[in-house]
Ligand binder design. Sequence first.
Ligand code: BDR
Ligand code: CA
Length: 321
Amino acid sequence: MNPVFADVDTGIDDAMALIYLLASADADLVGIASTGGNISVDQVCANNLGLLELCRATDIPVSKGADRPLSGGWPARGNVHGPKGLGYADLPPTERQLTSYDAVAAWVGAAHRHRGELIGLATGPLTNLALALRAEPALPTLLRRLVIMGGEFGSDTDPAAEWNIRVDPEAASEVFAAWAGQQRLPIVCGLDLTRHVVMTPDILARLLSAAGESALVRVIEDAMQFYFEVHRDRGYGYLAYLHDPLAAAVALDPQLASTRAAAVDVTLSDPATRGTTVADWSGSREPNVRIGIGVDPAAFFDRFIERVAALARRIGNPRSA
Ligand code: BDR
Ligand code: CA
């Protein structure tokens, strides 16, 4: 079993990523760091605890992290995930509590406890990880693998920077710099990769029919309906990109994505392009990441449906039981 530590800003697709990890027999989720991002850090904490309750997970430690980016200022937030971060979905109440230590201590502690074995996954702004690196500069050698959802590396770029990097460009810059020249480079899944992983109503129907009636599936359905509508309203069609679940799947199995080494910089000073990621593929500079450049979405969805449906069947429908 692979020890996994997830740093999230839950968020609809972060929730789906956590559910995927909880559904995966090859993953041992040893800790969750919460960061502000899609919504406030307190709501992210509540969502993480509620999701663990919903999935009847063992007592996985959830830690509170950054409530603001390193620069102190937030970019404008759209209503991409709904007021509580999970669209139309409601999570069950829970008695579960946050850890007494914060997300930075959680990152560093997990990396030391699982030295050389820990898989890190970051699907939100990188503030917690940047602060953890300041506290423990050896993190790049302590982790077995790091997978980040963030950035945009294609030619068909949006004018706006990708959200996770845009929220905290300084943190992203510190994280990428820390891995320069390291042996095990982080795998970065940018929008140009994750937008190949398109959840549609048909794929959701496959999941629902494989899972049967279940409290988990109801939450997924309600969250996805909101996410479909947000994508439709932004002109993408009635579908939803599963950015963070792809990163989670790559964290467990890097073979799911083909990658290429590059030296990535984050634009910090120019307000018009702040938070954009600039990749140098030439090989003339020391690489600091491996950028995901190819994925087989069908393979991802087969795996996602099989695992999440099995978890949903195990959970069943406690409220009507
Ligand atoms: C990223 O931004 C957030 O809205 C999603 O959760 C994902 O991590 C995609 O740009
Ligand atoms: Ca996210």
